[in-house]
Each structure stands twice: as structure tokens, then as C-alpha cells.
Design a protein around this ligand. Sequence first.
Ligand code: SF4
Length: 414
Amino acid sequence: MEKTGKSRKRLRAAKELNRVVTEYYVECGRAKAEGKPVGWMPPMNGAIEIFYAMDIQPVFPENWSPICAAFGLAERNFEVAEGMGYSRDLCGYMRNIIGYVHGLMKEEGTPLGGLPEPDILLSPGGGCVPVIKIFQALERRFPNAKVYPADLPQVPTEEIRQHHVDYAIAEIHRLIDFLSQATGRKLDQDRLKEVVKLSDRSCELWDEIMTYRRRIPTPFSAAEIGIMFVMVTRQGTQTAVDFLTTVRDEVKEKSAQGLGVLEQEKIRLFWDNIPLWYNMGLFNHFEGMGGVVVAETYSSAWSLRLDVNRPIEALALKSLKSYPMVSCVSVDKRVEMVIKACKEYSIDGAILHRNKSCLPITLGQMDIKRALEAELGIPSIVIDADHMDSRNFSVEQFRTRVDAFMEMLLARKS
Ligand code: SF4
């Protein structure tokens, strides 16, 4: 096993995903060239649907970071950011994008054409601190971009009340007014309904795909989780719906034929925290011992249905729930979510990725470990790594620890 590497994928749809990713970045570059407004925003909020409905090109700097990691560009971006004084202990998404906009972005020949400069920045006032800081740094790097200072209360999902929803609705209206003034474009309510409907259909398909992962043997492993690209960048488009339909049809067919990722599935694993984008091949490592990663924390973030008859309220609720679902959730809620997933997906063992680059999602892992053992008798292992920075990951240590863990799980099962 190498320190960096791509995963071995088994779904035919994986090839289709490459096309979808390339087309998205080509579309971003074309939008800029044709004078269409380009807006940069954090992922997972109710703004993407508004952008697509108003024909404004959304671009996601955080999502560009996994692409840089997959193309082996991240280390160069880290060097630039660290040269500017950003500590190596900070979030890898943050260091990567700051390094990119001050380095590679100014050069020709970046894979997929790189990112087009923003005309608009949706600068968040919530989420995690690094994501707020990313946009503050981008405001300084792109002084001509019009900045929308977004604001949302930091409320655990289980404590959302009507006054929070009312505030988020007011924020959606403020965003629409800002975008109208900044671009001269008006929001067509029928078009918004259409976009929200497509967005909701994506969530429905996402849930359906995840349901097939519960089957034994599972037809879909974490090695294929790159399909979430469409949930980040394409929600509210026909592209996302068509692609997810293709994935759904394939996993449904495999499931009906009883075909799993492995011929002999022995151990079902749960992965907590973000994958290592520079080494998705790690997910294949377990397969040599009959193990498949069938569920992970991240995938629950897109399990959010939208009320298509009340699009503004639906987007307000989404903006309150989706990002916090991953990074601002209470420890109790996180424990509850992992326990629920481990029951639903018939998990034998959990891998808790202690992520040096993302403290919000790492917080509470010891509580999860204890709860898994006490409530479900599921053993878990903590792996030290980093979702973006391969310098903080030892492949030898990973192999030694997970192989011993797998042997223990196999012995328990037999
Ligand atoms: S949630 Fe984690 S990975 Fe994402 S921006 Fe925040 S600290 Fe970075």
C-alpha cells in the first residue's frame, strides 16, 4: 500500500463521475469567460439552489481541496500557505485553498482548468471557525468581489425552533435581494420551485442508494463515496438527478442479483470522519481480509428532504441543518447518529479517524468509542491521520493497527 493512491472502484458509474466532475469545472470556466456571474460559497447550505435558480455559477473552494489532494497539488498549496504564516495545525481545506489562490491559481495549466475568479463571495458567519476564516482570507485576496456577509444562529439540529427558522427565512430573502442588486438578475419563483424539486429528488435518490448499502453483502463501499461530488456542487440540477439515478439503478441491480463488493463479505466497517482524499485506496485495504467499509459519518449530511411546496422555508431549514449536521453537532447527537448508523448497517467494527485537520468532526470520538462498546458491543480503533495533509499520515502505522484490528474482528466473528 502506498502513502497516496486512488481507490479501486467497482461501480460502472465511477467512470460517469469523472465526466460529471470534468464538466462541472469546464462549466465554471466557461461561465466566467461568457460573463456570467461567478459566486464562491461554502458547501452544504440553502444557497446553491438560489444560485442555480438565478443562473449564477456556484463555485466551492472547500470542494476544490479534495480535487487538489487527488491530483497531488495539495502539498504545493500547503507550502504557499505555510510560507504566508498559516500554521500546519490548521484545517487542511483552509491551508490548501489559501495556498492555491495565492499560488497555483496565478499559473496556467492547472488540472480541470482551476477555479475562475469570484465576482461574489458568500462569506459565512457560521459553520466552523476555519470555514469563516477561509472566506475572510478570500475577501482580502479578491477585493473586487462583492461580499455577502451571511449570518445564521449556531443551533444544534435538535434545538431548532420556529424563531430560528424565521430568522433563516429572512436571511434567504436578504441573500436574494443582495444577488439581485449585485447581478441585476431576478429570481423567478417557478424556476426556484423547479430547482428545489430537483434538489429534493437528489436527496431522495441519495437516501435510496444508502439504503442498498445496508444489504448483506453490500453492493457499494466507501471507495465509491466520491459520488457525493454531485451533492456538493450539483444539487438542484438535472445533472445530479441523472447521475444519481444511474448509481441507484446499478446498486439496485447488483443488490437484486445478490452481488456484493466482495464475493465473501466477512466484516462490515464504519468510518468516522472525513476520508483521506489523497489516499482513497485505503478503503480497499480492508478487502484483502474480507472487510468492507459500508457506512461513514459524512454521508448522513445529504439525507435532508426539502418541502418543494415551500421552497424558501425548505432552503432556510437546510441552511440551519446541513452544515451543522457534520461539524457543529452536539456530542450527544453525534453519538446518537453513529449508534443509529451502526445498527442500520449491521456494523462489526468502527474506525475512528482522529483527523488532525478537522477538530470539529474529531471532537467527541472517545464518547462515540465508549457508547459503541457499551450499547452495541462494537469494538473500534482510533487512527491518527489527516484528510488533506499526507505528511500527517503514516501508512505503516495504519497498516499495522488496522490489520491487528481486523484479525481481532475476524476471530470474534468466527
Ligand atoms: S468542518 Fe473541518 S474540514 Fe470542514 S472547514 Fe471546518 S475544520 Fe475544515
